[in-house]
Structure formats: structure tokens, C-alpha cells
Design a protein around this ligand. Structure first.
Ligand code: ZN
Length: 285
């Protein structure tokens, strides 16, 4: 039997007693088969790799999409908060302008001119607006406190609730009935002993008998304004004492140059008597 090198023989013996089987396989066929198997295996591996890469990309895409949605939600929430804050600041700005006008502030104009919250929609612009607002409100608050103090120290109303029997100015002499004299205040007739109250905040600078005034109290307020309360039966304050509007300073009497129980009430500006009627109405800010 000639040797054929293009083939090799495969001998299979299933067990010791059975027949031996021989298979003759062509080398070429073997190589082709092996090659085909290798190519198929390679293609399968490539396909798996591609599929895996595709899946990985897909997963990456899904996660990026979820992240994007989360950021969008956060951004929406931020925009909402921003708009709300902007609205609130704008509202407070309006109120501060209104307050400034009510406080008769020259700065109201300045406050009016402050830049609104326009421009780029950034937290920085809100921050700046809030800072300006804080400064404005502080200024308005100071001004209101000043106004309040000023108003409290301006005489208002009358020291007793009674009848004005004599006005400020030239009058007939109430004692002799002859000739004329200058009356430097108001005479207010009221029951003996009625409490007499300060018409504004101030400091008592006199609390003792004082010539024709009889028992008198003088209060210094501010800006050179003083008030005098005369003919008292009793003085209930001391010189140097601080009083508030409405505090009792004494009781109605008829001491000094007086014809019956009444309060002689005077208002002086830089020690010059002025008509107290000018100070009876509501205080001017
Ligand atoms: Zn008088």
C-alpha cells in the first residue's frame, strides 16, 4: 500500500473486542475546516465585543440622560426659588420707597433711583439688591426714630381739658379792667385740683413759685421750645426731671396773679412767647 502523504488516518477502537475503525482524512480538508472554524470563532468574538460595546454605550447614555433630567429638575427648582426671591425683594423695595416717602426723606429720591433687579439673572444681582435694601431700610428706620423723637418733643394739645377764657395777645387788664396788657399765653379755666399734664416730652427746668405765675413749671423740649404751666395749687415734678407727653406736672390752682382756678399755659420759642394755638393741632413732622 503506497503511502499517501496528503491524508492521515484516524483509527478508532471503541473497545478491545470490537472492530477497529479507520478514517482517512484529507489534510487539505482538515486545514479548510480548521480555518473556517477559526474564522467563525473570530467573527463570533468580534460580534460579542461589538455587542458589549454597544451595551456599554447604551448604559452610559441612559445614565447621562438620567443625570441630565436630574440637573434639569434642579435647575427648574433653582429658577423657581430665584423668581420667588426676586419678587419678594422687588416687593420690599416698593415698600421701602413708600416708607421713605412717608418718612419725608429727601433720600426717597435717592432710594427711588436705586437700580432695580434687572440685568443678568444672577444671584449676585439679587445679593446686591438685598444689600442696598438693608442699607435703605436702616436709614429709613433711623429717620423714623428721629421723627418720632422730634414729634414727641413738639407741644401738642392742652395741659388740661377746659375752657380757654383768655387767648394769646393784647387784652384788657383782667384786674383793674382799665388799660391793656399783653397776655403771653392761654388761660384755661377748669376745676381746682385737676391734674395738669405736660404737652410734650422734655426736661423740667423750673418747678417752683415764679412771681405772677404763682407755682409754675417750665419744661424744655427741643429746638429752643419751652412750655410754662402757671397758677398751680401743687407741683408734682422736680427741676431736672425728664417727662413724657401726658405726664402730670401739678394740679390746677389759683396761685400768683390769678382771679380763679385756671392754668396759664405758655409756649416759647427761644424764650419768645408764641401763640399756643399754633401748637394745639397734631404735631408737624
Ligand atoms: Zn394767663
Amino acid at each position: 500500500m503506497s503511502e499517501d502523504r496528503s491524508q492521515f488516518t484516524l483509527i478508532i477502537a471503541p473497545n478491545a473486542s470490537s472492530r477497529v475503525r479507520r478514517f482517512q482524512i484529507d489534510y487539505k480538508l482538515l486545514y479548510i475546516t480548521c480555518g473556517a472554524i477559526a474564522i467563525v470563532a473570530l467573527l463570533v468574538i468580534l460580534a460579542i465585543v461589538r455587542l458589549a460595546r454597544h451595551e456599554a454605550l447604551n448604559l452610559e447614555y441612559l445614565s447621562a440622560k438620567a443625570e441630565n433630567e436630574r440637573l434639569k429638575r434642579e435647575n427648574d427648582a433653582y429658577q423657581n426659588s430665584y423668581s420667588k426671591l426676586k419678587g419678594q425683594i422687588s416687593y420690599i423695595q416698593d415698600m421701602s420707597q413708600e416708607l421713605a416717602r412717608k418718612a419725608n426723606m429727601e433720600e426717597a429720591r435717592e432710594i427711588d433711583q436705586q437700580p432695580g433687579i434687572g440685568g443678568p439673572e444672577t444671584i449676585t444681582s439679587l445679593d446686591r439688591a438685598a444689600d442696598t435694601l438693608e442699607r435703605d431700610l436702616r436709614r429709613i428706620s433711623d429717620r423714623l426714630r428721629d421723627n418720632q423723637l422730634r414729634i414727641a418733643s413738639i407741644p401738642t394739645g392742652l395741659p388740661v381739658n377746659g375752657y380757654v377764657t383768655d387767648n394769646f395777645g393784647i387784652r384788657h387788664n383782667p384786674f383793674s379792667g382799665e388799660g391793656r396788657e399783653n397776655h403771653e399765653g392761654l388761660d384755661i379755666a377748669v376745676d381746682f385740683g385737676t391734674p395738669v399734664t405736660a404737652t410734650a416730652d422734655g426736661i423740667v427746668i423750673w418747678a417752683a413759685p415764679h412771681g405772677g405765675y404763682g407755682n409754675a413749671v417750665v419744661i424744655y423740649h427741643s429746638n429752643g421750645i419751652t412750655t410754662r404751666y402757671g397758677h398751680l395749687s401743687k407741683i408734682t415734678v422736680e427741676a431736672g426731671q425728664r417727662v413724657r407727653r401726658g405726664d402730670q406736672v401739678g394740679n390746677v390752682g389759683s396761685t400768683g396773679r390769678s382771679t380763679g382756678p385756671h392754668v396759664h399755659y405758655e409756649v416759647r420759642e427761644n424764650d419768645q412767647p408764641v401763640d399756643p394755638q399754633r401748637y394745639i393741632g397734631p404735631p408737624r413732622p
